[in-house]
Design a binder for this molecule. Structure first.
Ligand code: ATP
Length: 283
């Protein structure tokens, strides 16, 4: 049987971390949503050969157990004592190592696909539990819809769907290492967000006020060594974005706009110095 799943990019409407756990990993407090910029993940099972194979159309990605999609298949297969082989084909559209959760979304897509193929009957909540053993963004990506995400990434409260908005997603050539940025966080210097207010606005469907409470406390950490990210963000704001901010640990910056024409204007103005630019809608 063959199943194709869409694996959308995630965006952090807010990203905060109140503390570190004893093991050094951050406790997250984030509002996440997904955009219509997606990879397509095709999963096929077969009796022989009983191996997991990953193929991608990207030259940069590992095809072995380092690929998060491979890990997702491996974990579900072991948990449910399945012996078949699994072949995964990924059509990559999400920029890699960009703060858009591409690997996590591919892994979540494999979990959803195998849940259907093997008729495991797992709820999204149960899949999210399995997902946490892969990476902290994978549980959210099982849902890929507006949510408040806390803890290690496993506590997910779904929020009412937002209105139709456009988003400009722009990644400069800069490379950012997520583990390195997380190590650089100085908890005494973080300027925390008011996520409660943001969530209250989202529950009231009050997007006009919600944008005031969006933010990413890791922007100063990443921007210290990558000032070009701040320049891109400032440019998007000056061009009329309702809000512009970094996603995850960067380097991608996204701008939310309530009209397509505004989003296209931003796209045209930044194209000269940033080639990887997408205009899509929020899901
Ligand atoms: P994170 O913040 O979790 O590091 P990200 O959103 O910035 O992730 P990804 O595109 O998920 O970026 O890539 C992060 C790393 O994961 C890369 O080093 C990449 O080689 C690895 N990776 C493993 N599997 C995948 C996959 N299927 N797609 C993209 N990257 C993958």
């Amino acid at each position: 049987m063959l199943v194709t799943e869409k694996a959308p990019a995630k965006l952090n409407l807010s990203l905060d971390t109140p503390m570190r756990y004893f093991d050094g990993s951050p406790r997250w407090d984030m509002v996440m949503t997904s955009a219509d910029l997606a990879d397509y993940v095709t999963v096929e099972t077969h009796p022989r050969p009983a191996t997991i194979k990953v193929y991608t159309d990207s030259g940069f990605l590992p095809n072995d157990q380092r690929n998060l999609a491979y890990q997702a298949a491996h974990i579900l297969r072991s948990r449910f004592h399945r012996r078949e082989g699994v072949t995964i084909r990924i059509k990559k559209n999400i920029p890699v190592a960009a703060g858009l959760g591409g690997g996590s979304s591919d892994a979540a897509a494999v979990l959803r696909a195998l849940n259907r193929i093997w008729r495991l009957g797992l709820s999204k909540q149960e899949l999210a539990k399995v997902a946490l053993t892969i990476d902290s963004d994978v549980p959210y990506c099982v849902y890929s819809q507006l949510a408040h995400v806390t803890g290690h990434g496993e506590q997910i409260e779904l929020l009412p769907a937002h209105p139709h908005y456009w988003v400009v997603i722009a990644k400069q050539q800069t490379s950012v290492s997520t583990p390195q940025i997380l190590r650089q966080i100085n908890y005494e210097q973080l300027d925390h967000l008011d996520n409660d207010r943001l969530i209250a606005c989202l529950k009231d469907q009050d997007w006009q006020n919600a944008v005031k409470y969006m933010g990413n406390v890791l922007e100063p950490v990443t921007m210290r060594s990558h000032p070009e990210i701040r320049r891109l963000k400032d440019k998007m704001v000056s061009l009329g974005a309702d809000v512009a901010q970094m996603s995850g640990t960067g380097p991608t910056v996204f701008a939310i706009c309530h009209t397509e024409s505004r989003a296209r204007r931003i796209q045209n103005s930044i194209r000269g110095f940033c080639r990887d630019v997408h205009v899509v809608t929020l899901l």
